[in-house]
Design a protein around this ligand. Structure first.
Ligand code: AGP
Length: 613
């Protein structure tokens, strides 16, 4: 969703902001803009479409100054256009704002301001914010106080940055609710503000994250944070370990391809320091889990959205199989609206790459209100999900830029496996010998992933043949049923091909009616406990003229004889198979989209972190 960058310091803000916005392109946007304080007045440049349009505009009509803010907008109120792009200036042209989120009471506020004779220059909800700040500034209050008062009028969730030509020595930033993060980057004689870490990672690793209902006043050399009621806050400074190079494409054509290939490394990092292969034990220190607490858990509810939800579906099977704790998986956008049954022995386990997905955060809030323990598996360091959880497992994958999640899918699969082993161990449901075997099996994972990646040319071949397909039916069973969902999601989100996924056993209850020559079936049938059932499903699809691609274990001659195409995967212990079987499906979706010439990293209508409901 929308991205924010702000700068105050000794350097020219314009290139710093443009570079920061470039780093946020992956979030998805449809217009962009920046405002810089130049010679005492605010200059704004904005345009619809890609950032390159804005860059061209700035080249034709340069602006320079030591204070500025920029924004990439994902339209909610008003079409994507230069007029609706942020930053928005007030009517005095002395205050300017960028904003993430939705002003839920904007019609009301707009009518109120219009009745006072205020003229609007856009169709956005955001414009009311700057007009409100101006209204309070007009009464002689400081920018800090005027912004505080304006923010108090807003309903909804917001990330906001404001500056004024009247007080040119500061930026004001605030966060209300879960409309994405607001992070302050601390430099030497310069400060940065951003919605996301990668935007400012080139300049600093020391960062402060605003919590909901906090506001910061940031000058060139200092910052202070207060609650919106004016009470002071002692902010915590975090040192971010992410490597800025991890946010570069390097030799790859797209971030998604790079991130698929990074999985050998990310899974090695996922195991490092958490698994003792000699002892056959698992450590997850940030979960803060004691034996007594582990024994008290009566139920786990995994809540997440999209790809993270698919990881959760695998997690349910792993935790139930290994730790014997009942697990439910709840789509986060549904959870809070159905009066869920939760008590203090329930754990709500949120999974989120961004840690800022509004629905997932709301589900966590709901769990908290009902007395549950909160855990999170999360990638973005310092994100809201990480901060509000009682304990967390941090994905060790570095920044994920491609909108289609890949390495942030396989890491939580391994994290959930580790969690299942730890819970089984602490609760005494896992015998020592089994535990040691489960832990020993993990050692294989990075290498097995590498062997799948080595087969990329074979997948490219199939993608070439199939790049014009219009529909695909993905089938899987058991732990590979969620992988069918994930494979279908990857294909639809980046190649815009209609892909549906079903638990293979459901075919006979309806979907098999769809199968004919024009409906290829992609069946996940590795060597696992559901293998025979999958073979029978493949035979049924073949009998109806469907062409079949099968994900199968190397050396499987039955599949080879049946299938039109095979994506081979190495033999893998079945509880770890989802980490392996998903790799060819990620590559398949990637190459189809890439061969169709599509914008793989920023697919249409999608945003990397969905910070609105
Ligand atoms: C994944 O490819 C999607 N872009 C999307 O489903 C994503 O997984 C979902 O929005 C959840 O995001 P999160 O992990 O940041 O919470």
């Amino acid at each position: 969703m929308c991205g924010i960058v702000g700068y105050i310091g000794e350097r020219n803000a314009t290139p710093i902001i443009l570079n920061g916005l470039k780093r946020l392109e992956y979030r998805g946007y449809d217009s962009a803009g920046l405002a810089v304080l130049q010679d005492g007045h605010i200059e704004v440049r904005r345009d619809a479409g890609k950032l390159s349009n804005l860059t061209a505009l700035v080249e034709n009509s340069p602006i320079a100054g030591k204070l500025g803010i920029g924004h990439t907008r994902w339209a909610t109120h008003g079409e994507p256009s230069a007029r609706n792009a942020h930053p928005h200036l007030g009517s005095t042209k002395q205050v300017v704002v960028v904003h993430n989120g939705i002003v839920e009471n904007f019609l009301e506020l707009r009518e109120e301001l219009a009745a006072e004779g205020v003229v609007f220059n856009s169709d956005t909800d955001t414009e009311v914010i700057v007009l409100l700040v101006e209204r309070f500034l007009g009464t002689g209050t400081s920018l800090e106080e005027a912004t505080r008062q304006a923010l108090r009028q807003l309903k909804g969730a917001h990330g906001v940055v404001v500056f004024s030509a009247l007080e040119p020595d500061k930026l004001i930033a605030a966060r209300i609710g879960n409309a994405g993060g607001v992070v302050i980057g601390l430099g030497k004689d310069e400060m940065f503000i951003a919605s996301d870490i990668p935007a400012i990672l080139d300049h600093t690793r020391t960062m402060v994250f605003l919590e909901s209902h906090q506001m910061a006043v940031v000058t060139r050399t200092s910052y202070s944070v207060k609650n919106l009621d004016g009470s002071p806050v002692a902010p915590q400074e975090h040192n971010i370990g992410w490597d800025p190079v991890a946010a570069e494409k390097g030799e790859y054509r797209h971030f998604m391809q790079k991130e698929i290939h990074e999985q050998v490394r990310s899974l090695t990092d996922t195991l490092a320091g958490r698994v003792d292969f000699d002892e056959g034990t698992v450590r997850l220190p940030q979960l803060n889990l004691t034996t007594e607490q582990a024994k008290k858990i009566s139920r786990i509810i995994i809540t997440a959205c999209g790809t993270a939800g698919h990881a959760g579906m695998v997690g349910k099977m792993l935790i139930e199989a290994i730790a014997r704790i009942p697990v439910e998986v709840d789509i986060a956008s549904e959870f809070r609206y159905r009066n869920p049954i939760v008590d203090e022995n329930t754990v709500i386990l949120a999974i989120s790459q961004s840690g800022e997905t509004a629905d997932t955060l709301a589900a966590m809030d709901e769990g908290r209100k009902r007395g549950a323990k909160l855990w999170a598996i999360v990638n973005a360091i310092g994100s809201q999900a990480m901060r509000v959880a009682d304990g967390y497992i941090s994905m060790q994958v570095g920044p994920e830029i491609g909108v289609a999640s890949t390495k942030a899918f396989t890491a939580p699969l391994v994290d959930l496996y580790l969690l299942a082993v730890l819970l089984g161990d602490l609760r005494g449901t896992l015998k020592e010998k089994e535990r040691k075997q489960l832990v020993a099996d993990l050692r294989l994972v990075p290498d097995l992933v590498g062997r799948c990646l080595d087969r990329e040319p074979e997948i490219v071949q199939v993608a070439r043949e199939m790049k014009y397909i219009r529909n695909v039916l993905y089938l899987g069973r058991g732990t590979n049923m969620p992988i069918a969902y994930e494979g279908a999601l990857k294909l639809k989100e980046i190649s815009y091909i209609h892909a549906e996924a079903y638990p293979a056993g459901e075919m006979k209850h309806g979907p098999i009616a769809l199968v004919d020559r024009d409906m290829p079936v992609l069946a996940i049938a590795p060597d696992d406990p559901w293998y025979e059932k999958m073979i029978s499903q493949i035979e049924q699809a073949k009998a109806r003229g469907g062409s079949v691609i099968v994900v199968a274990t190397e050396g499987d001659t039955r599949v080879e004889a049946l299938a039109d195409h095979v994506f081979w995967v190495p033999k893998t212990p079945w509880l770890l198979l989802p980490v392996i079987t998903v790799i060819p499906l990620q590559l398949f979706a990637y190459h189809i989209a890439s061969l169709r010439g599509l914008d793989v990293d920023q697919p249409r209508n999608l945003a990397k972190s969905v910070t609105v409901e």
